[in-house]
Design a protein around this ligand. Structure first.
Ligand code: AMP
Ligand code: ZN
Length: 114
């Protein structure tokens, strides 16, 4: 989608520090990390948010979650623990309108989130 920063990462037209990528998913380091490890996992296809995912996206959503676990393994936080977050919509705190999972680790997480 034109003007979408994560579509540009997926297309390779914007720089990103990749963790891994395949034909439908890209995992890359957040540009403003909120934890020692902060990776974003996105579908290459532009889906606005979790609320915009359709029943036909269920398998992809499962693969995105598995990719989040893989990102945690590859960045070395799987053993100590990590958090996976999907902010959805304005009150969910979403600022980039292309669905993404945050993988946060490398420090203890507090609860509830702000
Ligand atoms: P959210 O607020 O849940 O929509 O998360 C958006 C995240 O994307 C924030 O943590 C930003 O720091 C991050 N971000 C925005 N633009 C980029 C970019 N070009 N490369 C990497 N991370 C980005
Ligand atoms: Zn997009």
């Amino acid at each position: 989608m034109q003007g979408c920063p994560f579509c540009r990462v997926a297309e390779g037209t914007a720089p990103a520090r990749l963790v891994f990528a395949d034909d439908e998913i890209v995992a890359f380091h957040d540009i403003a990390p909120r934890a020692p490890v902060h990776v974003l996992v996105i579908p290459r296809r532009h889906i606005v948010s979790l609320a915009h995912a359709s029943p036909g996206d269920r398998d992809l959503l499962g693969r995105l979650l598995a990719a989040a676990a893989e990102a945690a393994r590859q960045t070395g936080v799987a053993a100590t623990g990590y958090r996976v977050v999907a902010n959805s919509g304005a009150e969910g705190g979403q600022t980039v309108s292309h669905f993404h999972l945050h993988v946060l680790g490398g420090r203890p997480m507090s609860w509830p989130p702000g």
